[in-house]
Design a protein around this ligand. Sequence first.
Ligand code: PGA
Length: 219
Amino acid sequence: MIFLNHKMNLTLDEVNNYIEALKNYKEKIIVLPTALYAKEFINSGYKVGLQNIYYEEKGMYTGEISPYQAFQLGASYVLIGHYERRSIFGENNEMVNKKIKSALKNKLKVVLCVGDNDDNNDFLTRQIKECLKDVQESVIIAYEPIYAIGTGIIPKIEDIQNKVNYIKSLTNSKVLYGGSINAHNIDELKTIKNLDGFLIGKASIDAQEVIKILEVASK
Ligand code: PGA
């Protein structure tokens, strides 16, 4: 599973070029565009997720998008609890938990983002436990070390492997790795065992880079 997190990037023209450039790779990717362009991707036959939703279904929440609206639009996934949502927009585990429950209730598949900065698993354990409190259905977990997001730095493969194993020992979730993935390091990252896929940020904005990543990943 390869998720492409565009964050707040690409204009409408760029989106149209991107849709054209990746049309032969549609089956291999799930695109997380800005919500404004979700429909463009859906209408062109891409699998789409939103980068965030609010937990209420409707009401006086200026600027927010509900999981019900996302599902009606044709999105199948939603990213919840991304580090940027937590660090810039103040989301905590309790909010993330509410969002997860609301997304699942509205038939969206959830990618829960978690991440830490060191070998100690305490922080990660608390994140997973609190975010998944009373959640029965399975979600996908994206492990993104904080220091690896958007920095060009990736951890040692064995460190990622340990975290993947640890998350799998706590949950029955599929696990993704995210953080500074590009066409050069995907070769190494794909050797991680029991990993179910990748969440790609910066490198996903460039369709040609995505093609290179997909080609290396499928070798
Ligand atoms: P990056 O972002 O690939 O630019 O590090 C990953 C993410 O934040 O999901």
